[in-house]
Design a protein around this ligand. Sequence first.
Ligand SMILES: [Zn+2]
Length: 452
Amino acid sequence: MQLKQSIYFHSPIFLQNILTTIYGRVLYQERYGPVYQKRLQELKEKERFQTNAQAEQLARLNQFLLFCQTYSPYYQELFEQHRITLPLETLDELKQIPILSKEILRTRNADVHAKIRAPILGKTGGTTGKSIQVHYTKEDMQIRMAHLDYFKWTHGIERGMRRASFTGQTLAAESQKAPVYWRMNKAINQMLFTIKNINPQTAALYIEQLNRFNPESIDGLPSGMIEVARHAKKYNIPCTFRPKAIFPTAEMMTAAERQLIEEVFHAPIFDQYASSEGAPIVAECRYGKKHLHYEMGIIEVEEDGQILVTSFDTHGTPLVRYRVGDRMTLSEATCQCGHAGPVIASIDGRGRSFIQLKDGHRIFEGELAGIVRAFPNCIERVQYIQSDKEEIVMLYVPDERCFKEEHEKELYFVLKRLFGGQMEVLLRAVPEIPKEISGKTLLIKQLLLEKS
Ligand SMILES: [Zn+2]
């Protein structure tokens, strides 16, 4: 969109809708081509057969490793050094290949890249701004889209159905006077709602527009959904739309937030994990279990809970045993839905979302998100900021109708205890949690220098 941005923002809204649709058509061709069609069909047909997930993974792994050896100077050298002979005979032999750390991917970026055309650039990086370039081929993208659409299809959603998406993109120019914070992408019948303009003054307008559009599915950034749902509930504004399913992306939600969205938007949430760095997709089935889409790759879990991803559809920047920075717990459970992929018990933390204690201990999102539950309804949102080894700043948005002074004291004691008395805690009441440039609202803002 970059090149066209100056034209877009100088156009009237009706023209912006047309430009959105034109851009949507360009993406359509890129994303829903023959490779997409073929994979989606395969996945749908597979439901009727018993499949041997491990045999299929091994075959796909060998094909991918051979590609890495042929086209990426980094892997060529690495396999030679460590005497890796292809094809591997078992999945276990994958452990012979050394781990790819972020540091290696950053410093040897050009060597890791495969010598093929991979025009799609993945956005990665995180809060410190040290971004890492990851490239994809068009085919890689189509495979990802096929798996995402297959996931939605298992929950009754097909492409072309009315879709509302909460996006971090800026859609309204700063000079725009009309309170219209959504644009229509007719190419796939999708209404985009920018989360950058959601605030207590505009939230009711978002609800009105959702009611008018009556989406069959809702997806995108949950922080936007949470703000709108909370506003509807607080002021008793009816949501008359009745989607079949809601698919949040990219951020963690607390159990309470999930419940809130499901209640106010009248539909079940099905969660997914798909990092922008190209990890294979993990998605919830109709029984609420999280399955690895094993056709896309392999996830190993290290002792400390960090995951290593090997992602078969990263032909631009091949990822083999990449320590992506996220954490999961695997499960031995099987699931009655019949999906052959391994079950993931939980996704425990994404990236740098943790508080670092002085003794080296880390406290992850899951634990922190639970704290506010002890203060029913009188705290709307919180954010933990760590920019110092000794001190945590907690911003919170009190519900002015029921928040009392003693709540702040209680909060202080609960946090002191959680941090084992190692950290100073500063509490600050704010009217809103500031948004990031991306439009997201973070639960934890980790500003200490990245070490790994
Ligand atoms: Zn299942």
